[in-house]
Design a protein around this ligand. Structure first.
Ligand code: XIL
Length: 373
């Protein structure tokens, strides 16, 4: 029977099962032990045991995890006064059992926001006071539940546009710029021991970079704590500009914050959009899905070479970069297969569909005679 004719769950289990044969090589977490934490986003298939390939990759290679979806507002707080803990609890238990640095993602974000959150029963925006109270309740309740288990939180995600202006999210529309310092204040009050991060995509863009530097310096001058600036780092074959990217690392470090690479992946396909705004989707077009049966060698070589250069950048700045997290484990489970166009066959992660480490990184591990393995 052809794989494509099997029910999806059986087909995906067969695909994923082939991942279990990963060969025993030096590990990423040993390789980068003196540099930064090395993490991966994981989802509920993984946590529930339905993706053994991802499970074996993560337990072997990574020392940090972040929740791909289960801690987002629409998942964890679907209705006012109703929290859904099962998935997030299972995610955190997995991290605790495996002794990982667990990252919470994310508290205040316009995407995957529960629809009820910024509106009243008529659908109109709530008042500033009501929104503040909802933010405080949400942040306090979620952070308190996982106190002592979560190392740090993406407190605010994707608040600024590429041109440096504030994104016109419900939070901004109702509270103005103040929603960001308020979120950090509530988060610090909820768990003073958790690290607090501000996170966004497209962080290489100069106007966005400058806006974040200003914002973080401003929050610090008001006595608020921001521990790291997160650069999502969803990349492609023609972006970001590496010089700009490196200048952003330096600029962010100049605020006194650490820098974290929080959602690293690199599309190997033709670029449709440089944005990682999850609502920016386009309709299917085969032109943008050119390699459904495997990546041609020349494209794979270029992809590996770009990823190698990016790794060099991370290592050059290991004094300020404290974590590098990939947005997934192997290509088969990446969100990029569905974004920004559903149904693409993508190749953006560190491990291929058979759970083999990609050549650029395998070479680094194999050639690292001076590193502890
Ligand atoms: C993505 C998830 O990977 C998808 O499964 C989901 O459908 C949409 O969100 N920036 C972020 C992440 O901060 O939360 C997004 O994750 C990717 C872009």
């Amino acid at each position: 029977m052809k794989l494509s004719l099997l029910p999806l769950s059986v087909a995906s289990l067969l695909t994923l099962a082939s991942c279990a044969t990963e060969k025993q090589t030096p590990t990423l977490k040993d390789h980068f032990a003196d540099d930064f934490l090395i993490g991966a986003a994981i989802n509920m298939n993984h946590v529930k045991g339905l993706d053994p390939g991802s499970d074996s990759i993560v337990r072997r290679h990574f020392n940090s995890i972040v929740a791909e979806n289960c801690m987002k507002c629409e998942e964890i707080h679907p209705a006012e006064g109703t929290y859904f803990w099962d998935d997030a609890d299972a995610f955190v238990d997995y991290g605790v059992r495996n002794n990982m640095a667990i990252i919470g993602h994310t508290l205040i974000w316009h995407s995957q926001l529960a629809p009820w959150f910024p509106v009243d029963s008529t659908g109109a925006y709530v008042s500033a006071d009501v929104l503040k109270e909802r933010m405080r309740d949400h942040i306090t309740t979620v952070m308190t539940r996982y106190k002592g288990k979560i190392k740090g939180w993406d407190v605010v995600n994707e608040a600024i546009e590429g041109d440096g202006s504030y994104r016109k999210s419900p939070f901004y529309e109702i509270l103005g710029e103040e929603f960001i310092p308020l979120a950090f204040q509530y988060a610090h009050e909820a768990d003073p021991d958790a690290e607090l991060y501000i996170n966004d995509y497209g962080m290489n863009m100069p106007a966005k970079r400058e806006a974040y530097v200003r914002l973080v310096n401003d929050m610090k001058s008001k006595g608020l704590r921001v521990d790291a600036i997160g650069m999502q780092s969803h990349m492609g074959m023609d972006y970001p500009d590496f010089k700009e990217f490196e200048e952003s690392i330096e600029a962010f470090a100049s605020t006194g914050c650490n820098v974290m690479i929080t959602e690293w992946d690199m599309s190997a396909l033709p670029t449709i959009s440089r944005s990682a705004n999850v609502s920016d989707s386009v309709v299917y077009n085969t032109l943008f899905n050119p390699y459904p049966d495997g990546l041609p060698a020349d494209i794979a070589d270029r992809w590996n070479s770009r990823m190698d250069s990016v790794t060099d950048i991370f290592l050059r700045h290991k004094d300020v970069i404290t974590r590098v997290t990939a947005w997934g484990t192997h290509d088969g489970m990446s969100w990029k297969n569905d974004f920004p166009m559903k149904g693409r066959v993508e190749y953006p992660l560190l491990f291929d569909r058979d759970c083999n480490l990609k050549p650029f990184m395998q070479n680094r591990l194999d050639n690292a005679s001076d590193r502890q393995i």
